[in-house]
Design a protein around this ligand. Structure first.
Ligand code: 1CP
Length: 353
């Protein structure tokens, strides 16, 4: 397949300009989890779909909810509507979403549980998601970039082993200490299936990828190198070999001081910073790595609104001006965010001088 060159796509889609080294001001912007429950139109489509996974596997409905925040706010990028847990689901693990509580999986406890995963059967579900990407590329405005994504192997493994979200990811960290061979096999399976999943998204029309490592911050530095850096580096290498024109954003949430070495060792084109990263840290990261930096407004401040929001946005913009920067939140938008606060934010970023 011939992918249009990045330089060509960047002429039409301003989101891509920082990736070809063009400094752009006001900076491009989008918000993590920009499609979701804070929007009444999302809640309506979500109700129509029935279950959350059904929404992920209904290309027309998934495309519709992806487009909703673009219609409202005109962000520079849209992100495919899906979930990081589509990969374990496609591998045959039982995954469900309990209303108001989050994901539940039948946890993998040992090598035997791991042996029940079946990489050979992922194709149907992955191609259903790829169909959403194709629909989106037809329906999106030509100037809007389309982000494909998956979870990083470490973060996806925390759910597969813990069976649910947890504050400390103890179950996965314990297995990684006690049985690193089994844990490594799980990483290998996830690298393989995630590269396949992302490749299909690229083939269907994704412009850029983001790899979400939401729980990267819970690991000691040696474990971080082994379970965050190494699998991500492998994924990036495999993807870059096939698709050198597709930029990759990494989101090692909570990596803090390890962010710069994460960037250089994995080969990602951009690093997304969470809220706890100081603004001065984003500046340093930009200088030390030369990569695109994305971040990092506190999602709770977007709920609060008002002068504090305006001031903090101005502070971030002031520090990042003149750098390859993408404006975003430090983590996903919260359910109780007033949609009008998002309008106010968009207006402020768009009028950045
Ligand atoms: O019922 C609903 O509507 C459920 C809420 C919801 C939504 C809107 C879930 C359940 N997933 C999603 C979509 C989603 N998830 C997107 C879509 C696109 C967009 O950004 O607009 C993306 C990129 C994700 C990624 C995701 N899912 C992550 C990584 C990013 C992050 O927020 O840290 C993680 C950890 C998940 C797991 C997950 N899925 C859903 C929930 C509530 C969770 C978190 C569970 C926990 O508390 O650990």
């Amino acid at each position: 397949m011939t992918v249009e060159t990045l330089v060509q796509r960047a002429q039409r889609r301003r989101f891509l300009k920082p990736f070809v080294g063009e400094l752009l001001w006001p900076p491009p912007m989008w918000l993590m989890r920009q499609a979701g429950r804070y929007l009444p139109e999302y809640r309506e489509t979500r109700a129509k779909a029935g279950s959350f996974l059904n929404l992920c596997y209904s290309p027309k409905l998934a495309a519709e909810v992806t487009l909703q925040p673009i219609r409202r706010y005109g962000f520079d990028a849209s992100i495919l509507f899906s979930d990081i847990l589509v990969v374990p689901d496609a591998l045959g693990q039982t995954v469900s979403f309990v209303e108001g509580e989050g994901p539940r999986l039948d946890p993998i406890e040992d090598a035997e549980g791991l042996a029940r995963l079946d990489s050979a059967q992922t194709g149907d579900k992955f191609s259903t998601v790829a169909e959403t990407v194709s629909l989106l590329r037809q329906q999106l405005p030509d100037e809007t970039a389309l982000i494909g994504f998956c979870g990083a192997p470490w973060t996806v493994a925390t759910y597969m082993i813990g069976g649910r979200g947890s504050p400390d990811q103890a179950a996965a960290r314990l297995m990684a200490y006690k049985d690193p061979e089994t844990f490594q096999r799980l990483m290998d399976i996830l690298v393989e299936s995630s590269v396949d999943y992302l490749s299909r998204q690229i083939e269907a029309g994704a412009d850029v990828l983001q790899i979400f490592d939401s729980w990267a911050g819970s690991l000691a530095d040696n474990q971080f190198d082994r379970w965050v850096v190494a699998p991500t580096r492998l994924m990036v290498a495999r993807l870059k070999e096939k698709y050198p024109e597709i930029p990759i954003l990494g989101f090692p949430r909570g990596a803090d001081q390890l962010s710069a070495s994460f960037a250089s060792q994995t080969g990602v084109d951009a690093v997304s910073c969470n809220t706890a990263m100081p603004v001065s840290g984003m500046v340093q990261l930009s200088e030390a790595t030369g990569r695109v930096v994305q971040g990092n407004l506190d999602p709770l401040l977007l709920v609060a609104g008002g002068k504090q929001l305006d001031d903090r946005v101005a502070e971030i913009l002031g520090a990042m001006k003149g750098r390859k920067f993408i404006f975003n939140l430090g983590h996903g938008i919260l359910q109780y965010t007033p949609p009008e606060n998002v309008s106010r934010l968009v207006e402020q970023v768009r009028s950045a001088a």
